[in-house]
Unconditional design. Sequence first.
Length: 277
Amino acid sequence: MNYSLMKYLFIFGNIVVSVFIFIFQISCQSQTIHVNKTLASNSCDSLNAAPFHGTIFIDPDIVTPDDPTTFLSLVYIGTAERVMFDRRIADWVTLNPFLFIADYDDSIQIEIQINPEFSELSSARFQAEKFSPIIGQLSTELRKDVKTVWIHKGNYPFGGGNNNLLIHTDYSKLNYEDQGILEETLIHEAAHTSLDAYHANDSLWNVAQILDCCFISSYAQENPIREDIAESFLPYFAIRYRPERISNELKKIIESSIPNRIEYFDKMDFNMYPIKY
């Protein structure tokens, strides 16, 4: 190729790149200015009181046992060494749990790890068969990052995160199942597992938090980074996907308390199968 032509092409290429970078910078600055103006014009003098203490308690029928599940099958694969978290000692433990593979019809597969303290395979299987279909009622969005489920005995709350759902069966019976909120609690915990990492520190979520001038619960307000996504998602789920199951009063409280968070969730295009086909 002619040297002069190569030279001109090189110069032209640099000009195109420089123009692109300039436009990109102006666009970013424009977005930042818009956000700052929005915050300035809608800033709160103080936070409004949170309407709830914790949102898993707002209604026990947001999800019911009769709702569809994606659960297909459960296969026992033996025992093997696994590292699990146990709230009873607030630490990690290395055990040889009973292992089951739960298959779901949206191509998600989860390993159910049952603490060997359940002793008999039949007891371990009972726990796996009990929780696997309920986990299958969670949307694909909420199960997408769930790789394992840890099931222990003990009177300690559930947990989410670590690509996992943590279950303590004694606490589950007394505090979730007997109150009819097991399914709602799993939505909260799965939101930790599959939503927090993508959204809790998102700048647009942070703007929504500021603009709402309110947290949906005192639990979220006390833990705005760790708990606000999980606390807000269940009420959002209720008004968007199960509005007929909650009272008009509850719906109005949710909508008036976190309108900007609701708008944020609306824009995320979550995969809500099997709730929304």
